[in-house]
Design a protein around this ligand. Structure first.
Ligand SMILES: Cc1ncc(COP(=O)(O)O)c(C=O)c1O
Length: 382
């Protein structure tokens, strides 16, 4: 058979590539796994209990409604209204099988092959993989320049269909301020393109202040599409639940794609999410506070630049770290870290169009008690 060259040409997920190093570890120390950004802790007991209950019910395994359980859409809209201090109606939300599916469905509803989508560099690797697989053309925005909105303006063409922001960012953890997001929304509105905001890590910002004011803009839903994940927040990545918040016309098209791809987000995951939103508030806060404290300890540890590794940006689950070996490829540094010192990281080259000498550390995977050990291993890398 002949395979689709657009799909063949994209690299496999860097997470799988990282795990392929594991058999080569020296193995004489514990593994410090800083690769995948998944909660290292189990979900809340009340959520686990609800999953078991739903699994035992006669309709527990049935399809759910295309746009999600009405009770969950209502609870999620209420949470958004509270968190963003804005009016968000349940019919502006759609429950999908995770934030990755949200991104894929939304971009497919917006763009045709050859259309351009602006993504910030470093980008989230799955976004980039999807754009390439669909033959959408990624245009790279230097988000951390002096004038990011001016840079984005330069990238616009008559093929541009969307501009994508991820805040807090993956791989950098960096958080965009509401005023900058608003300026991006102005730009997108003026040019009749979508502003997609991936907010997977919004509850790991270390503050309850609204992440942006986009939902308070007049006619916000003609421009803004906000994507959410319950994987990290509720520690249920395997139950596959995320959400899209946006306008009716866009959601109508996304509904067709969801119908073909997932039919519905898993019912058991949606019930678990509803319980998480309604009954696990205290547990969620404990986890997010703990991870924020862990971020502060990680920053303190990295302030001494162990082994010359420099923490350039950080937040949510991530540290974006420049390695000191200018004469070596980042892939080599990643391999040496795991082979010599049992430290598993992701090369930054998975998140940028070319190797810029960075690594991504998902520090939130580790108990902060291991940070000293990590520093020593980094210092010993030769
Ligand atoms: C920025 C970003 N978006 C989306 C996802 C995927 O989330 P989900 O598990 O909800 O599909 C991740 C997971 O790592 C992520 O980092």
């Amino acid at each position: 058979m002949q395979l689709n060259p657009a799909v063949q040409s994209i690299a496999v997920s860097p997470i799988s590539a990282a795990y392929a190093h594991l058999p080569h570890r020296s193995g004489d120390q514990d593994l410090l796994d800083l690769s995948q950004a998944a909660p290292a802790y189990p979900t809340a007991p009340v959520i686990a209990q609800r999953i078991a209950e739903v699994a035992g019910q006669p309709d527990g395994g049935k399809y759910a409604p295309l746009y999600g359980l009405p009770s969950l859409r209502e609870a999620f809209a209420a949470e958004l209204a509270h968190d963003y201090r804005a009016v968000v109606r349940p019919d502006r939300t759609m429950i999908v099988a995770g934030c990755n599916q949200a991104f894929c469905s939304v971009t497919s509803a917006l763009a045709s092959p050859g259309d351009e989508i602006i993504i910030s560099s470093p980008f989230y690797f799955n976004h980039h993989m999807w754009l390439e697989a669909q033959r959408f053309v990624p245009r790279y925005l230097q988000l951390w320049s002096e004038d990011p909105v001016g840079e984005a303006t330069e990238l616009l063409s008559d093929r541009t269909r969307a501009l994508v922001l991820v805040t807090p960012g993956n791989p950098t953890g960096a958080i965009l301020d509401p005023a900058t997001i608003d300026r991006f929304a102005d730009l997108c509105e003026r040019n009749n393109i979508a502003l997609i905001i991936d907010e997977t890590y919004r509850n790991f910002r270390g503050t309850d202040e609204p992440a942006h004011q986009a939902f308070s803009r007049a006619h916000w839903d003609r421009t803004v599409i906000s994507l959410h994940s319950f994987s990290k927040d509720l520690a249920i990545p395997g139950y596959r639940v995320g959400a899209i918040v946006g306008g009716a016309a866009m959601l109508n098209e996304v509904g067709k794609i969801q119908d073909c791809v997932a039919i519905s987000a898993p019912r058991v995951g949606q019930e678990a999410t509803l319980t998480g939103l309604v009954d696990a508030g205290e547990w969620r806060k404990e986890q997010t506070d703990r991870i924020f404290q862990s971020l502060l300890s990680f920053r303190t540890m990295m302030a001494d630049r162990p082994g010359g590794f420099e923490l350039v940006q950080s937040g949510a689950f991530f540290g974006w770290v420049r390695h000191p070996f200018g004469d070596r490829s980042t892939d080599d540094v990643v391999r040496d870290l795991i082979v010599q010192h049992d430290v598993l990281t992701i090369p930054g080259s998975a998140f940028t169009p070319e190797d810029q000498g960075f690594l991504r550390f998902s520090f939130a995977n580790l108990d902060p008690a291991s940070f000293g050990d990590l520093a020593q291993r980094l210092a010993r890398l030769s």
